[in-house]
Design a protein around this ligand. Structure first.
Ligand code: AR6
Length: 166
């Protein structure tokens, strides 16, 4: 099932939250910074052992002080105009995160709007990819998974509301 939520992803009591990280996996600003602050220093220690992550891929850690049991770290593409494989890479972030969720028996997962902050991916296009990738994954795999799109701003909330209602 696809759901919508507004606000801070670190507050969500789901099995896993997804982090929009960078390739180092060693923290940053935006949602990445918020997740590291809320999870506590053990998260950084766990991330140091992962040896980074390629764009479009995903890696998992525990959630430590978060209500969520797991954090799935994925690295979205930096928007460079759209002809640098951005759409495929963004789709891959959602698919690879969901694959890890299934492998870890995760039943509920929340995504932030990957790449749409510092990485400047246009919000409407990113949301279309997020929704279609998740819908396709659930349909093709036949898995029962609650997927929440966690919107931090009203503009994203409006975009996702329209997409989920259409
Ligand atoms: N809860 C939910 N969503 C949030 C939160 C939060 N607490 N804080 C911000 N957002 P960004 P990116 C939204 O910039 O574009 C980091 O420094 C935000 O409004 O966090 O993928 C990493 O280390 C936006 O809609 O991630 C990388 O270097 C969305 O999260 C780089 O930024 C993503 O914005 C990744 O850039």
């Amino acid at each position: 099932m696809l759901k919508l939520d507004a606000g801070d992803i670190t507050h969500l009591a789901v099995d896993a939250i997804v982090n929009a990280a960078n390739k180092s996996l060693l923290g940053g600003g935006g949602v990445d910074g918020a997740i590291h602050r809320a999870a506590g220093p053990e998260l950084l220690e766990a991330c140091k052992k992962l040896n980074g992550c390629e764009t479009g891929q995903a890696k998992v850690t525990q959630g430590y002080n978060l209500p969520a049991r797991f954090v799935i770290h994925t690295v979205g593409p930096v928007w460079k105009g759209g002809d640098h494989g951005e759409a495929e890479l963004l789709k891959s972030c959602y698919q690879e995160s969901l694959k890890l969720a299934v492998e870890h028996d995760i039943r509920s997962i929340a995504f932030p709007c990957i790449s749409t902050g510092v990485y400047r991916y246009p919000k409407q296009e990113a949301a279309s990819i997020a929704v279609s990738s998740c819908k396709n994954f659930l349909q093709s795999r036949g898995v029962e998974l609650d997927i929440t799109f966690c919107c931090f701003g009203d503009d994203d909330l409006d975009i996702y509301r329209q997409l989920l209602n259409s």
